[in-house]
Design a protein around this ligand. Structure first.
Ligand code: PDD
Length: 288
């Protein structure tokens, strides 16, 4: 059997085979989770919602008092080169920024050289079974920190929530705080009422401002659909006619089961189908 070709990754200025890319054991991303990440979808070899991801990256890095070593135009050029070099047609580009490496100390030096790592990952995004069957979500307590608007690499609560959801036979966790759904462990949460209102939580510190969310809501608004950006309760979610989630790694998929009970008639609904068509068409049209 021919050996699997090593992926080309980007690390701190160099394009390298993945097995030659090495990071310091003192990297603050590793020791403290002191870093930021982004996940951008790739479809037909093109970046999806790229400008939205770059804007959120800049914001997240700014919120932790960091500085990107490159401009976002330079980062996009790296992403495109990785997609081309690895012949990626469908999947994601993962980016991680950390504050850099030095002896372990909560206080950090101001002159640290940040770490910037990017790699591609093959993943089927478009033709997935979940689009037809829907996903099952389990409601779980939201155990995350208070600045969920920052796309921090500290993801232990989400890892544990997904582990528990999976062990119980579910696909994703929807997190609950004070009787209100915040979002999915790695996705934005939506419900659709019996009178066709789309409800999703407004952006704030309680949730990550999803890039896919931004694109979907803009398209829905253009269509004159009714959107309520507000927190919604567990009771509202359970009484919804439809539910769905969005993320760069799923685009938009329906939720047909919540905590073991069907959502609506237990099948992907018409609002989901409409939003999916709108989103996929727009994603392709605006891909770079
Ligand atoms: N997660 N909320 C959370 C907590 C997320 O982790 C994500 C994305 C989203 C959706 O954001 P976007 O539409 O910009 O992908 C919402 C990525 C895909 C991940 O962690 O792999």
């Amino acid at each position: 059997m021919p050996a699997k070709t090593a992926r080309i990754v980007y690390l701190n200025g160099a394009f390298l085979p993945e097995n030659e890319a090495h990071l310091s054991i003192f990297d603050r991303g590793f020791l403290f989770g002191d870093g930021i990440y982004e996940v951008t979808a790739v479809l037909d070899g093109k970046l999806i919602d790229s400008a939205l991801h770059m804007a959120r990256l800049e914001r997240s890095v700014g919120e932790i008092g960091g500085r990107l070593p490159l401009t976002t135009d330079e980062i996009v050029a790296i992403e495109k080169r990785l997609v081309a070099d690895n012949k990626l047609t469908e999947g994601v580009v993962y980016l991680q920024y950390t504050r850099g490496a030095e002896d372990r100390n909560f206080f950090y030096s101001d002159d640290l050289q940040p770490t910037l790592l990017l790699f591609t990952q093959v993943k089927t995004l478009e033709h997935v079974a979940a689009v037809d069957t829907g996903l099952k979500v389990k409601l779980m307590p939201d155990q995350r920190w208070a600045r969920r608007d920052i796309k921090s690499v500290g993801l232990l609560p989400q890892v544990l929530a997904k582990r528990d959801a999976k062990a119980a036979g579910f696909d994703e966790a929807w997190m609950v705080e004070d009787g209100l759904i915040t979002e999915g462990a790695s996705s934005t949460a939506y419900i659709v009422t019996h009178d066709d209102r789309i409800i999703t939580r407004g952006n704030g510190n309680a949730t990550l401002p999803g890039c896919t969310r931004l694109a979907v809501l803009e398209l829905a608004r253009e269509q004159g659909l009714t959107i309520e950006e507000r927190p919604f309760t567990v009771e509202e979610a359970k009484a919804a006619r439809e539910a769905c989630l969005t993320s760069a790694s799923n685009f938009i998929v329906p939720i047909t089961n919540m905590d073991g009970a069907p959502v609506g008639d237990g099948k992907p609904g018409p609002m989901f189908n409409r939003l999916r068509v709108l989103y996929m068409e727009n994603a392709r049209r605006t891909a770079i």
